[in-house]
Structure formats: structure tokens, C-alpha cells
Design a binder for this molecule. Structure first.
Ligand code: COA
Ligand code: AMP
Length: 630
């Protein structure tokens, strides 16, 4: 089979294509059809089927006689431990945890927030929710208490499952005080919390509210899998939008199972028994789809890696993990490879390991720069596959589908649209443009199974953010073009989202925090190019009239404010004070022009600018911060 035949078969009969893919999933009641379009332009998949995610990810493999196969390997260079869990053990652990949650009142449809580092218990907590039909929402550990509080108020969880601590190189992340502060700040209070105590730091539990992970499971009957409707939400994952209020991306159960299972075989070319490794974090969509669910649904061994590409202990860590666990398919963000390349430019450490198990490297999360791709290809000697997707879609929109056919790689392109996605580049009026012409990238509705049906408690925002600008299409928020051969090129975001070390962040959210500083009258945050992290946020602060405090002091306070309010992951360390911001005559801040000045890129002074002299002032301020880089 060739890619073009598979894509054409989908296009000719999407219903038959997805019903065939659905046969690989164990349904309690089979769906009568794939697409439910009664409520268009809101679509659902497999709505009248009944199914359980945990059954498909865990129990069915044990039933099929594969209980002794390793399901999860926790490889943790930061604690110096490696721990393997078989499918049979995983089933017992998840059923026990689910039983204890049920005993405390967690039922189908209840929300449970999970706030944990890279430990297998994070996956077990996700699977235990899935077992009960409870809707989990995992919050990344690098977010501050305030961000957690915002998510608590939006998801209104019955329970929160957290670990006592996480471990970053050189410091312990104290999860429990962050959790306590978040619950204190939030209007909504969970009924109870479950705390997984780690050896590195044992947290003090709040009497009556907090339960110890092990103790609360003691003597409780394990829970069976609860079948849920195909359109039942499996999880909510918050992601950055244009404002400080994150978007709660909803993932529906049936489509999630079908699409992820399809992707493992056809995109990543792995099968049951293979080891698949996504070096990301459970707090991001990559962690949901490709650390937890997809590898387990497909019966693979997945790796939960608690470390960094460099410094834990060195730039050879990734190669050691690939060698020791015989990783067949490896997935990470380009920034991780840039970090390795910086520490070990010659790739000397690669030679110390046997990487013969590795068949392909997949990159996503940000633009894969040609230097990084070429370096990885040369050092690893395997295909390096850039692929493009988003939290919203849950799986690749565009990729080179190795399990179907390895298409020629075009460096700089994440290759071609996957079945299910009719990707088009549109002009401002919503008309498809000619190949090679830059425009907004949109996907013709309906989106395929596994993608978001709506935003949690925010259908109007869903319609406004994604469906209204180009009727009949899903607006991706990315701009780019398609070439004559159908290869996509993703060039930039069309909104205020920036991508820092593969982490999606909102400049609007940072501006809201900076504006709350008592001396700041007005501000703007832009993303500037960075060799390691792809982009870094940089803030411009205009101070209140009469404020004569030293600028360095205010900048320092603003940096701390963003770290305290959003979290260390924002990586907000660059800011400067300016008198004025460049604006159009109608008052719109010219962020794009400031980005060009900071990156040393050619730019035209916008015709609508209010006062062109301000651009010179911005250039002077940037120069003091060292931008543009030589
Ligand atoms: N919990 C708490 N803090 C965290 C965290 C977590 N899970 N993850 C990151 N942080 C902190 C870091 O410790 C750092 O804090 P610091 O300012 O005190 O140093 C800060 O957030 C910024 O982190 P990051 O941007 O990741 O920078 P870094 O210098 O620590 O590491 C890389 C740089 C490139 C090594 C790292 O970003 C990386 O491995 N990236 C891989 C990309 C990835 O997994 N992306 C996910 C999407 S696919
Ligand atoms: P996230 O929702 O965190 O996965 O971020 C999604 C965004 O990251 C996309 O909309 C793109 O802007 C960017 N992105 C992800 N993968 C790629 C890629 N392969 N090439 C270019 N940009 C990417």
C-alpha cells in the first residue's frame, strides 16, 4: 500500500475508513456508525458505541496472555532508579487505585486533577480515572500554584491526585505546598486529595482532606472497567490561548482510542511488544497520547523518563536509554536535540552506545530546524521524521507515515496530511491559495476521530477560536504553505502563542501578569528567536507616570512575578523598560515589527504606525539586552 492510496481511500469513504480502524478496538457495544454530524459544525465520533479506555490499554493485553510483557519502564536518572511494570502488575495497580477512588465517591463523569512528575504513578492515575469513566485533567509540574488554581476552578475536580515532589536537576520541586496554595486560591475545593509520597520528600498531609496513595488503597476492592459512550470525555487538557484563561481541550473516548491505535501502526511503525519512547512530560499532549495512551493501547512498552537530555548526567543519556531498553521508535522535541548538540557537537557520546534497535526518530512540538535534522540524521543513521500537530488534535495532522510508506523527506517540512485531515492554506477571505503561497493553515471539517469536539464548558469560545474565522474549516492558528507535491511547511503562529523549548505559552497571559505590577502602566511580550529553545519571551514595560524607582528593580520584580504566577516553565527572564510602545493609529501594538527588530530580520515600517520614531527607541532597548544576536 502507498500513502497516496491510503489517503485516497479515506477521502473516498471516510466512514468506512474509520469503521475499519475501529475494528482494532474492543467495544462493549459496537458503534452503529463513525461520524455523528447532527450538530454540525460540531462533530462527534462513535457516539453510540460503549467502550473503556483502560480495558483497551491494559486489561485486554492481559486477557490475551501478555500479562508478563513490560508495560512501563520508569527510567529516572535524577533518582538513579530503573523500574519495570508488567501489564499484569499494571492492571492490578490501576484496578486497586480505581477501587479506592470509587470508594471515596469518584464516579463516571467526575473530574480528577492529576499534578505529578514523571513517575509511573502519573500514568496509573490517568488509567484509574479512565477505568471509572472519570475525566482527568493533568497539570504540568512546571506551572505555578496560580495556574493550578485556574484549572481547579474551571474543571471543578472531585479529587486531586498529586505527588509530594518532583525533581529538577539541582532542585526539588515542592508539589505539596504548590497544591495547598492552589486549593487555597481556588474558589472550588476538591472533596479530597491523594498524595503519592516520594522518598526524596515526604509531604505533610492535611488531616481529613489528604490521603496517602498507598494507605487509602488498603483493603479496598479493585474496580472493574466501566464502559462509557464513545463521545464521553476521556480527559481535559488545558493549553495556552491568547488570554490568561487557558483553553480546556476535551478529548472524547472512542475517537481517541481509534485514532491513537491507528497512528501507532501507520505513522510510528510499531507493533505490540515493541518499545516506544516519547521523551516529553505527561503534562503535555505528547505525554498523554504517546507516553501513556497510544503505546499501551497498541500493547507496546512505554518509557517514563525522568531526566533531561543533558546534565542527567550527560548528553549521552538518550543514547543509553535507547540502548538499555531497545527503543524502536523515539519521539522528542527538536529543542532536546539542540541541547545535546550544544553539549556534544561531534556526537562523540553516540558512539559509546549500541543503537541498533532504533529505527526512527520523530520530532514535533515546534519547528524542526534543518541543522538539527541533519545532525540527528548523521549521528543516528535513522530516518528523522518531523511531524506537525497540536494539543487540540491529539495526533499528527501531517507526518511521514513510516508504517505505510517512507515518503521522501523534505527538510523543513513535516511532510503530508494524514488520512482524516483535509489540510488547506487559505487567504484572508477564506479561499484556498495556490501551492507555494503563504496563508492560514486550516483543516476542512469534520476533523478526524481523536481531535477535540469542543472546549470544556466553553462551546462559544470553541466556535469563536476555531470555527468562525473560516466557516467550514478548523483554524489551526498556524501559517504556512503547501508545495506542488502536497508537502506542508509550518512557518509561524497567527496568534500570540509562542513556543519555548517545545512548550506552548501565551504572551497574552504573561502580559496580564506584568500589567498587574503596580508600577507597570502598559506592556507587551514578544517571542524572540533563541538558538536552544527556539523562542524566548521578552517583555517591554512602560511605567506609570511619576514612577522613579530603579528600572532594574522593577524588571527583577516582573521576572519574579511571572515565575510565581505562571511558573518556571514560562522561562521569562528578559525584560526592559521603554517610554512608549509602537502602535498603529487605531492603538494595536505592533508586536510583529518588534519581533523582526529583535531577530535582526528585515522589516518595513508599517504604514499604519502612529509614530515611527518609537521603533528606534525599541531598537535601542533591545540592543541593551543583546538583541539582535550577532
Ligand atoms: N517541573 C518543575 N519545573 C520545571 C519542569 C517540571 N516538570 N520542567 C521544567 N521546569 C523548570 C526548569 O527547571 C527551568 O527552571 P529554572 O528557570 O529554575 O532553570 C524552567 O522550568 C524552564 O525549563 P526549560 O524551558 O525546560 O529549560 P531548561 O533549561 O530546564 O531545559 C531543555 C532546556 C531543552 C533541556 C528542556 O527544555 C528539554 O528537555 N526540552 C524537551 C522538550 C520537551 O520535552 N517538550 C515537551 C513537548 S514535546
Ligand atoms: P502544542 O499544542 O503544545 O502541541 O503546540 C502546537 C503548536 O506547536 C502548533 O500549532 C505549532 O505552532 C507548533 N508545532 C508543533 N509541531 C510542529 C512542527 N512539527 N513544526 C512546526 N511547528 C510545530
Amino acid at each position: 500500500m502507498q500513502y497516496k492510496d491510503v489517503y485516497a481511500a479515506w477521502k473516498a469513504d471516510p466512514e468506512a475508513f474509520w469503521m475499519r480502524a475501529a475494528e482494532e478496538i474492543d467495544w462493549d457495544t459496537e458503534p452503529s456508525k463513525a461520524l455523528f454530524a447532527d450538530n454540525a459544525p460540531l462533530y462527534e465520533w462513535f457516539s453510540d458505541g460503549f467502550v473503556n479506555t483502560c480495558w483497551n490499554a491494559v486489561d485486554r493485553h492481559v486477557e490475551a496472555g501478555h500479562g508478563a510483557r513490560t508495560a512501563i519502564i520508569h527510567d529516572s536518572p535524577v533518582t538513579g532508579t530503573i523500574h519495570r511494570i508488567t501489564y499484569a502488575e499494571l492492571k492490578a495497580r490501576v484496578a486497586s487505585l480505581a477501587g479506592a477512588l470509587r470508594e471515596k465517591g469518584v464516579e463516571k463523569g467526575d473530574r480528577v486533577i492529576i499534578y505529578m512528575p514523571m513517575v509511573p504513578e502519573a500514568l496509573e492515575a490517568m488509567l484509574a480515572c479512565a477505568r471509572l469513566g472519570a475525566i482527568h485533567s493533568v497539570v504540568f509540574g512546571g506551572f505555578a500554584a496560580h495556574e493550578l488554581a485556574v484549572r481547579i476552578d474551571d474543571a471543578k475536580p472531585k479529587a486531586i491526585i498529586a505527588a509530594s515532589c518532583g525533581i529538577e536537576p539541582g532542585r526539588v520541586v515542592h508539589y505539596k505546598p504548590l497544591l495547598d496554595a492552589a486549593i487555597e486560591q481556588a474558589q472550588h475545593k476538591p472533596d479530597f486529595c491523594v498524595i503519592f509520597q516520594r522518598e526524596e520528600e515526604v509531604a505533610k498531609l492535611t488531616e481529613g482532606r489528604d490521603f496517602d496513595w498507598h494507605a487509602f488503597q488498603y483493603g479496598v476492592a479493585p474496580a472493574d472497567c466501566v464502559p462509557v459512550e464513545g463521545n464521553h470525555p476521556a480527559y481535559i487538557l488545558y493549553t495556552s490561548g491568547t488570554t490568561g484563561q487557558p483553553k480546556g481541550v476535551v478529548r472524547a473516548t472512542g475517537g481517541h482510542l481509534v485514532a491513537l491505535n491507528w497512528s501507532m501502526k501507520h505513522i510510528y511503525d510499531v507493533e505490540a511488544g515493541d518499545t516506544f519512547w516519547a521523551a516529553s512530560d505527561v503534562g503535555w499532549v505528547v505525554g498523554h497520547s504517546y507516553i501513556c495512551y497510544a503505546p499501551l493501547i497498541a500493547g507496546c512498552t512505554t518509557i517514563v523518563f525522568e531526566g533531561k537530555p543533558v546534565g542527567t548526567p550527560d548528553a549521552g543519556t538518550f543514547w543509553r536509554v535507547i540502548q538499555d531498553h531497545k527503543v524502536k521508535s523515539f519521539f522528542t522535541a527538536p529543542t532536546a536535540f539542540r541541547a545535546i548538540k550544544r553539549d556534544d557537537p561531534e556526537g562523540r557520546l553516540v558512539k559509546d552506545y549500541d543503537l541498533s534497535s532504533l529505527k526512527a526518530l520523530f520530532l514535533a512540538g515546534e519547528r524542526a530546524d534543518p541543522d538539527t535534522i541533519k545532525w540527528a540524521e548523521a549521528k543516528l543513521g535513522v530516518p528523522v521524521i518531523d511531524h506537525w500537530w497540536q494539543t487540540e488534535t491529539g495526533w499528527a495532522i501531517a507526518a511521514n507515515p513510516l508504517g505505510i510508506e517512507k515518503l521522501p523527506v523534505k527538510i523543513g517540512s513535516p511532510s503530508v496530511a494524514m488520512p482524516g485531515y483535509d489540510v488547506q492554506v487559505l487567504d484572508e477571505g477564506g479561499h484556498p491559495v495556490k501551492p507555494g503561497t503563504l496563508g492560514a493553515i486550516a483543516v476542512k471539517l469534520p476533523l478526524p476521530p481523536g481531535t477535540l469536539p469542543t472546549l470544556w464548558n466553553a462551546e462559544a469560545r470553541f466556535r469563536k477560536s476555531y470555527l468562525e474565522h473560516f466557516p467550514g474549516y478548523y483554524e489551526t492558528g498556524d501559517a504556512g504553505y503547501i508545495d506542488e507535491d502536497g508537502y506542508l511547511y509550518i512557518m509561524a503562529r497567527t496568534d500570540d502563542v509562542i513556543n519555548v523549548a517545545g512548550h506552548r505559552l501565551s504572551t497574552g497571559a504573561m502580559e496580564e501578569v506584568l500589567a498587574s505590577h503596580e508600577d507597570v502602566a502598559e506592556c507587551a511580550v514578544i517571542g524572540v528567536a533563541d538558538d536552544l529553545k527556539g523562542q524566548l519571551p521578552l517583555g517591554f514595560l512602560c511605567l506609570n507616570k511619576g514612577c522613579n524607582r530603579p528600572h532594574e528593580e522593577i524588571v527583577k520584580e516582573c521576572v519574579k512575578l511571572v515565575r510565581d504566577q505562571i511558573g518556571p516553565v514560562a522561562a521569562f527572564k528578559l525584560a526592559c523598560v521603554v517610554d512608549r510602545l509602537p502602535k498603529t493609529r487605531s492603538g494595536k501594538i505592533l508586536r510583529g515589527t518588534m519581533v523582526k527588530i529583535a531577530d535582526g530580520a528585515p522589516f518595513k515600517t508599517p504604514a499604519t504606525i502612529d509614530d515611527p520614531a518609537i521603533l528606534d527607541e525599541i531598537a535601542v532597548a533591545l540592543k541593551e539586552l543583546g538583541y539582535p544576536k550577532a
